[in-house]
Ligand binder design. Sequence first.
Ligand code: FAD
Length: 262
Amino acid sequence: MKIIVCMKQVPLSSRVEIDQETGNLKRLGAQTRTNPFDLFALECALRIREQVGGTVTVLTMGPQQAESMVRDAYMMGADDAVILSDRKFAGSDVLATSYTLSQGIRALGGADLIICGRQTTDGDTAQIGPAMAEHLHLPHAAWVNAITAVDSEKIQVRQDLASVFQVSEMRYPCLITVDKDVCVPRLPSYRRKAAAAEKPIRVITLADLPDPDLTRFGLVGSPTTVERIFPPPAGGGSVTLEGTAAQKAGQLFDLLARAKYC
Ligand code: FAD
């Protein structure tokens, strides 16, 4: 069983500077961490490997500084890791990022199971997993909050679709994106630290990908344009509720209902 886990290095803080001209985050020099949702994805992969056998490969697209994240993944138990890194990938939007990752997976010979986090804490779109599945023509299940059964041929998952839970079973190859309720990630093992520091990390560039069409990658392959980016205005619009606790609860319910939250 070959499992690929997609993991992204994200800025440590939400207070990241924005380039006012391009609307892009100024990532260079920002402190980073592993996207929290991707730790759940890795933990799921490790548990499936323990149950069914196979290998767990971490795949990330980003600058080579992603190596520190990959070393932590090794310390959690990943078997190998690949960084998709090329200056021509810079400026990728969701379409180009998902295409590049799917090309990376093709370059690795495909996978039985691809696991992504539900979303990142920087881009936050939750679109990469499903978009990759489309590029690879694979079935997928997003918003997975439990893996209810798994064997060497198929996986059964429970998806949290906001108003309903849906249980889906898919044969491999397929892709899932996992939520934080799915499991509790293990801590990196300090026993593995020395080995993790020595383990090789493969770097794949644009030249290694099966599709040589330059118009599908990086800024050129990104139809999204950022019109304007700004922090939401602080404060304002607050309402103070008056009356007894029961009256205030009623008023609060009305406010939420008008805003279509219930
Ligand atoms: P989500 O869809 O929220 O992520 C879901 C899951 O997909 C993650 O949990 C993870 O498992 C997987 N995943 C997502 N991204 C990666 C990745 N890179 N590697 C491995 N797995 C991943 N970002 C840059 O870093 N550099 C840029 O130069 C850049 N330029 C941009 C230019 C434009 C015009 C736009 C619109 C965006 C740009 N971005 C750039 C942001 C980038 O497009 C998104 O961060 C990227 O598409 C991932 O989307 P997301 O963060 O919303 O991921």
